[in-house]
Design a protein around this ligand. Structure first.
Ligand code: ADP
Length: 243
């Protein structure tokens, strides 16, 4: 669904992403790396907020820099920083976003209902964003990112600042959605406990691809017994392209 070819990005002379050839398909994809690995930069390239220094990104075989408007409508994005309007209600935030995608208020509300329920926000439509706690705001950002039925859902460290219970609920909900609705989810994180054996994992350190593959395959290839040991093994071996 998403392919990158020779994708690199530099801030001045500093290389932040180095020659990445990656593929993301429908399902739950985890982009794992410590702070500074280049995860947010990668999301900024996917969403066309930044342009690659070299290389390119394709969505279903189409370069996103060449057919930008159509393709961007296929993305749902939850950035690391909040982007909701604090003085509008939940309903207004959702309807404004829906209108940008040509959706009527009625349609937005119809589509939002199961998403709000799934993410524990039933009954909050008339609340202003200021009245929601941080976890609920993040859940709403996820609902908003899904309301136009994207093919690709990008979540940049969506679990940061959430308590463990909220974190688990949100990840479980999105993992389930990725499986049941053929959604391509790219979930960036630096937290190993968010990874499950069936996930497709891409590991970056300092902008370099260290490994890519199904977690269970990577574990068996690396001959370790769990995700934590896998990460230690991968990062101590240096660049290992395990595709
Ligand atoms: P991550 O999301 O994995 O924490 P980032 O993509 O935010 O990583 O950052 C990757 C690298 O790029 C880091 O070393 C960071 O310091 C650097 N960086 C990020 N933004 C800028 C910027 N505006 N100018 C220069 N360097 C930057």
């Amino acid at each position: 669904m998403i392919n990158t070819s020779g994708l690199s990005f530099y801030y001045g002379k500093t290389c932040v992403l180095a020659n990445l050839d990656l593929a993301f398909h429908a399902g739950f994809n985890v982009l794992l790396g410590p702070n500074g690995a280049g995860k947010s930069t990668f999301i900024a390239l996917l969403t066309h907020l930044k342009k690659p220094s070299s290389g390119y990104i394709e969505y279903d075989g189409l370069r996103i820099d060449q057919a930008q408007a159509n393709i961007m409508a296929r993305f749902g994005v939850v950035f690391q920083e909040p982007t909701l309007d604090m003085d509008l209600t939940v309903e207004q935030n959702l309807c404004y976003h829906g209108a940008l995608h040509g959706l009527s208020k009625r349609e937005v509300l119809r589509r939002s209902e199961p998403l709000l329920e799934g993410l524990g926000l039933t009954g909050r439509l008339k609340d202003k964003i200021r009245q929601l706690n941080g976890g609920h705001r993040k859940r709403l950002e996820i609902v908003r990112a899904l309301v136009h039925k994207p093919s690709i859902l990008l979540l940049d460290e969506a679990s940061v600042g959430l308590d463990n219970q909220s974190r688990a609920q949100i990840i479980n909900y999105i993992r389930e959605l990725a499986i049941t609705s053929s959604l391509c989810v790219i979930w960036t994180t630096h937290l190993l406990d968010e990874i499950k054996l069936d996930d497709h994992l891409v590991v970056l350190t300092k902008g370099v691809l260290v490994a890519s593959g199904t977690v269970s395959d990577l574990i068996s290839k690396t001959q370790v017994s769990n995700v934590s040991d896998l990460y230690i093994s991968l990062t101590s071996q240096g660049a290992l392209n395990a595709i």
